[in-house]
Design a protein around this ligand. Sequence first.
Ligand code: AMP
Length: 219
Amino acid sequence: MLLVFLGPPGAGKGTQATRLAAKYGVPQVSTGDMLREAVAAGTDVGLRAKSIMDAGRLVDDETLADLVRARLGQPDTAGGAILDGYPRNTAQAKTLDMLLSDTSHGAVDRVVFLDVAEEILVERLSQRRACPACNANFHLLFKPPADDAQCDRCGTQLVQREDDQEDVVRDRLRVYADNTAPLVEYYEQLGLLVRIDGDGSIDDVWGRVDGAISRTVCA
Ligand code: AMP
């Protein structure tokens, strides 16, 4: 099973991809998490990516292709993967097709598009808190941590990501509209798109995602 999660920042891709990955026993491949890990580890990729990520712009396609190629070459993806945050433009979508055939994964099975209105996204992202150690995400209203300051999973102090500050969020939404939104039509024309209303609680959206994927992939 090879699924792609598509949607604007704050749509809930990471949260829903985590649930789907657990249900089907395949890894979630989040390019945002991989890049944040590279930044934290101070690798060459991390050093190059940090200022670009903090500004909410896209890291270059070649770096992403290298990261995704290496990740899809690992044995735990033999049964598939849930891609979260990749591809983010048409060039990356074409590269992904090549990477999948090179790594004997076949092709993308379905693309889950989480559709959420812009004003809801800005509100969601400004209330998001992230764990810099284990990448868990919380939301001060909808998914609050037990203690406002600490990660429920590993106890690390939670932070607001640089790129979740409101002015950067607006820039990320512009980058999304210019680069990533065209992928909705791209995958629709290929007959791969599953459009999901991403408004509502995490459980409500999960009910829609789970139902749609059970019907289309496992039918
Ligand atoms: P995310 O956690 O998916 O919102 O990603 C955080 C940041 O990582 C993005 O704003 C980009 O700067 C970078 N990033 C993640 N995935 C990609 C990608 N596929 N292409 C380019 N940049 C990416």
